[in-house]
Design a protein around this ligand. Structure first.
Ligand code: NAD
Ligand code: GDD
Length: 323
């Protein structure tokens, strides 16, 4: 039986990944600061621990692993990473997790190690035109991410590649483009636009409005969680190290996205654009490389993924109202 360690298993993507690995017959150990808050975790063993501490990373690696998945990070949506208030902790905590997990993995002689980077590492100068952003993998340099979160991701990508060159690790690096779906953070300040839109629409009554940050003309693409997990598994099974985009090419403006959620909910609401943290003006995944290397492309449309997500978030809203 293959053994996998999932770092960040208490989080959104980590929780889904643990369950996929279990369904594929793996023995799985999870490690995180916290358990998955939605009970969405079938790990065989779960260590509550802080991976900014080297001894916690070393303990997590004990016993030997075929595959390590590194998803632990101090992260959130625009309301968390673009305000400037969390820059020091984001860089400090995430960099230490990566440094410790790599050192412990190299010492333990693991098979493959997967790292979850982000589209936030791409330079801002290629993401100024909302209709025509450029995020191909070869456009990463000259580096100019618009957030410290993005700079840490870029530094850590380089760290993983250095451990591949010098310490014998077999590395896989993905650059995620806004992943969404059930069991993700939907309130509290770290939620991203998909969950935030669902929550706002679910809470609003007909004839009122929802608030959307910025002028709503900024663009993004969003990838449903099951497609993301498929792509992670395809990358790890392949001989390709990356870095490679894992995202959707279905770009949409944020106001159109908000309207999509209003339509899904079948509510009569208007959109009120307000000042808020916005990040880059436009972003879209470029899937040429992942299709060429792995033959992967998303299976769900944005609308299909958002219908599933709205159903889940609106249920959480209803539960929280009655609690
Ligand atoms: P998440 O916040 O739900 O999960 C991250 C997990 O890491 C959390 O459960 C958190 O408790 C854990 N963690 C943080 N610091 C830790 C520490 N010191 N020790 C142990 N655990 C710690 O986020 P997610 O959406 O599941 O993202 C997973 C990974 O993918 C992250 O590295 C993130 O930066 C990256 N990513 C995600 C997206 C996205 O849209 N979700 C996009 C780009 C990149
Ligand atoms: N979160 C949020 N909440 N965003 C909103 C809201 C709201 O209520 N209203 C409008 N937006 C706008 C933001 O201003 C931003 O322009 C856009 O929606 C997308 O915001 P997020 O989903 O929060 O973040 P992001 O796409 O800028 O960055 C996310 O994706 C990256 C990868 O592509 C983050 O999750 C990053 O951590 C991630 O690396």
């Amino acid at each position: 039986m293959k053994k996998a360690l999932v770092c960040g298993a208490g989080g959104f993507i980590g929780g889904h990944l643990v369950n996929r690995l279990k369904s594929e017959g793996y023995w799985v150990r999870g490690v995180d600061l916290k358990q998955n808050e939605f009970g969405n975790n079938q790990a065989d063993e779960f260590i509550i621990g802080d991976l900014t501490l080297l001894n916690v990373a070393m303990n997590a690696l004990e016993g030997g692993f075929d595959e390590v998945y590194q998803l632990a990070a101090d992260m959130g949506g625009a309301g968390y990473i673009f305000t400037g208030f969390n820059d020091a902790s984001v860089m400090h905590n995430s960099a230490l997790c990566n440094l410790n997990i790599l050192e412990a993995s190299a010492n333990a002689g693991v098979g493959k190690i997967f790292y979850s980077s982000s589209a936030c590492m791409y330079p801002e100068y290629n993401q100024l035109d909302p209709e025509n952003p450029k995020c191909s993998e070869d456009s990463a340099y000259p580096a100019a991410p618009d957030s410290e979160y993005g700079w840490e991701k870029l530094f850590s990508e380089r760290l993983y590649l250095a451990y591949q060159r010098n310490r014998g690790l077999d590395v896989r690096i993905a650059r995620f483009h806004n992943i969404f779906g059930p069991c993700g953070t939907w309130q509290g300040g770290k939620e991203k636009a998909p969950a935030a839109m669902c929550r706002k629409v679910a809470e609003a009554t007909d004839g009122t409005f929802i608030e959307v940050w910025g002028d709503g003309k900024q663009t993004r693409s969003f990838l449903y969680i099951d497609d993301c997990i498929d792509a992670i598994r395809a990358l790890v099974k392949s001989d390709f190290s990356g870095p490679v985009n894992i995202g959707s090419e279905e770009m949409i403006s944020i106001n159109d996205f908000a309207q999509m959620v209003i339509d899904i909910a079948n509510k009569k609401l208007t959109i009120n654009n307000i000042t808020g943290p916005q990040g880059v003006r436009g972003r879209n995944s470029d899937n040429s490389l992942i299709f060429k290397k792995l033959g992967w492309k998303p299976s769900l449309t944005l609308r299909q993924g958002m219908e599933l997500t709205y159903k889940w978030v609106s249920k959480q809203v209803a539960i929280s109202v009655t609690a």
